[in-house]
Write a protein that binds this ligand. Structure first.
Ligand code: ATP
Ligand code: SF4
Ligand code: MG
Length: 325
């Protein structure tokens, strides 16, 4: 596996001084070339903060406190996204790593048709193109994301939320990025739409060959569509493993709890149990393992010392005293 994005020790605070809270804590995460990596965790676990920070898109009071985000271009040497010049960063965000945010569908311009917005992006990316060529390319991009050409001249309000989100993906794909990062809305109502969009991205990945980081609170979706899954809790990655391995044999009690919170789409039925208690308050993080107040398997060291993220076997990592080697 060749890494395309390597996040190391990424730490993000909101605010400075005594009032600050740490939303992302020394996160290590690798996205490999051509893979779909899923990132899951309850609301407030730091998923969006991580996605914003890795492309330096955090708005105040968010501050990156440390770490590196190394991008490996197809040609040329690796670059640290956190330290490149603003000009290089613009180029990188534009041409190499596309990000489609939570609620991005609402950022379409309401007074321009889908075709006009897509052809604008294409014109910027392919300055030598003709108007006819751009329109043909816009049609092709829409078809790629499952929207028929008869919607080209529709205005955003004439499309469903799912379609608008797909138009945003088409706009991102117009730039032929190497990496697509998608941060999905968290409302349970959108799960059907999320499923369609993720299925489409996976199919496109096979045809076009980019890497995907897909963020959602819905683990069952990731089990179905991603190659690997990383689980976040209280700003940390607590477990990462190939999707099938994680589903079959979750090592972290929080992962097991999350798996028990969603109905399985395939395979043996699991009893839905959910996780008792609520996510930690960043202003008053529990000592030791942040999950210990909710953990059914907590024992002596858990409330005292935080377990490090270790690698119990090839391709897996977990931060839990039950699996400390
Ligand atoms: P969701 O699933 O709801 O999208 P998330 O995992 O994406 O959640 P984040 O939005 O990254 O979580 O938030 C992580 C933590 O940072 C939360 O506790 C949140 O309250 C806090 N946070 C986010 N934005 C700010 C802000 N502007 N100021 C202060 N705290 C913030
Ligand atoms: Fe539970 Fe302890 Fe593992 Fe934390 S370290 S998940 S409290 S067993
Ligand atoms: Mg979020």
């Amino acid at each position: 596996m060749t890494p395309v994005l390597e996040i190391r020790g990424l730490t993000v605070d909101y605010g400075v001084g005594a009032e600050s809270v740490r939303a992302v804590r020394a996160v290590d995460l690798t996205l490999n070339r051509g893979e779909v990596l899923g990132l899951a965790g309850e609301s407030g676990s730091g998923k969006s903060t991580l996605a914003y920070a890795m492309l330096r898109l955090l708005s105040p009071p968010g501050v990156i406190r440390g770490g590196s985000v190394v991008y490996h271009p197809v040609d040329g040497g690796p670059v640290d996204v956190l330290t490149v010049s603003p000009a290089e960063l613009r180029l990188l965000r534009w041409a190499e790593v596309a990000i489609v945010f939570q609620g991005a569908m609402n950022s379409l311009n309401p007074v321009h048709t889908v075709a006009a917005q897509l052809t604008d992006v294409i014109a910027a990316h392919e300055p030598g193109s003709t108007a006819t060529g751009r329109r043909a390319r816009a049609r092709e991009l829409l078809e790629l994301v499952g929207i028929t050409a008869d919607r080209l001249d529709a205005y955003p309000h004439q499309l469903s939320g799912g379609m608008r989100q797909r138009v945003m993906i088409a706009m991102a794909l117009a730039l032929e990025p190497r990496v697509v990062i998608m941060d999905e809305p968290t409302t349970a109502l959108d799960v059907v739409m999320q499923r369609q969009i993720l299925a489409q991205l996976v199919a496109l990945r096979e045809r076009i060959g980019f890497s995907v980081l897909f963020i959602t609170h819905d683990l069952s979706l990731l089990v179905e569509f991603s190659d690997r899954i990383a689980i976040m809790y209280g700003g940390r990655i607590v477990e990462a493993a190939p999707a099938a391995t994680l589903y079959r044999d979750a090592l972290h009690p929080y992962t097991a709890g999350l798996l028990g919170s969603f109905p399985a789409l395939h395979g043996p039925r699991r009893e839905l149990t959910g996780i008792p208690g609520s996510p930690p308050d960043l202003r008053a993080m529990p000592t030791g393992c942040a999950f210990h107040p909710r953990c059914p398997r907590a024992f002596d060291p858990c409330g005292v010392t935080s377990p490090a993220l270790t690698a119990p076997s090839e391709g897996r990592s977990v931060a839990c005293w039950l699996h400390e080697n």
